[in-house]
Design a protein around this ligand. Structure first.
Ligand code: DX5
Ligand code: ZN
Length: 231
């Protein structure tokens, strides 16, 4: 994906908003292909993959191999959330595995702008995430290097946690600070009760784990959430 393709994907996701991105963290990995097919049939526009290294966050998940398996199963955009301490080292690997978007954490690296540029140069969308306890000021100087900003509404590491409302104020402030073309995403505890306030605060992309995978019918859950997010 060259620069034009990166900007095209960004514009496409913006035009599709509200976009619900199922977080594969909670899917059945023994049936990854079927899970992805079911989500495709439910009409989702992109998938969210949570990469954890047991160092930046206390949990461990997977690396490029699973991203590659997902890539083989679908043509949907793959949005990789890198909860890892040294993302710069793995940008090339994740890109080669099929990542269309990579989000690093502002808390993880001393100079996020350089890593964001590296991601963009790889052809993927560059995303920057911020944890609930981190002040917005830490990311201000990087905003021009971002295609996407991810506001965490839980402490990253595990699915199924309670939504922290402090994320809403961050979303509102970011919506005023960044140009409309920069995508605002929220992740953690997003469900039928919390999604509307996120949308009202300016979020366009909504990462959802348990409110999809904990439910019997993925399509119904996705459609209901997208409807609630239409504000
Ligand atoms: C948390 C992950 C999320 C999580 C979302 O560290 O980044 O993507 O899996 O799951 P729910 O929706 O259950 O909070
Ligand atoms: Zn995530």
């Amino acid at each position: 994906m060259d620069n034009t393709a990166r900007l095209d994907l960004r514009a496409k996701l913006a035009s599709q908003a509200p976009v619900v991105l199922p977080s594969l963290l909670l899917c059945d990995f023994g049936r990854l292909n079927e899970e992805i097919q079911t989500l495709e049939q439910a009409g989702v526009n992109a998938l969210h993959l949570d990469v954890m290294d047991g160092h930046f966050v206390p949990n461990l998940t997977y690396g490029p191999t699973i991203v590659e398996a997902a890539r083989k199963a679908t043509r949907l955009p793959l949005d990789c959330h890198l909860m890892i301490s040294d993302p710069a080292r793995y940008v090339r690997d994740f890109r080669n595995s099929g990542a269309d978007s990579m989000t690093i954490h502002v808390e993880a690296v001393p100079h996020p702008a350089a890593v964001l540029d590296q991601i963009r140069e790889s052809g993927a969308l560059a995303g920057l995430a911020i944890n609930p306890g981190t002040p917005l000021e830490t990311m201000i100087e990087c905003l021009d290097h971002c295609d996407l900003i991810l506001v965490m509404s839980v402490q990253p590491g595990f699915g199924g946690q309670k939504f922290q409302t402090a994320a809403l104020e961050k979303l509102r402030r970011l919506r005023e600070l960044v140009p409309p073309g920069v995508l605002l995403q929220v992740d953690g505890g997003v469900n039928a009760t919390t999604i509307q306030s996120c949308a009202q605060a300016g979020a366009q992309l909504f990462v959802v784990g348990s409110a999809i995978f904990g439910q019997p019918n993925y399509a119904e859950s996705v459609h209901r959430l997208e409807q609630l997010a239409r504000v």
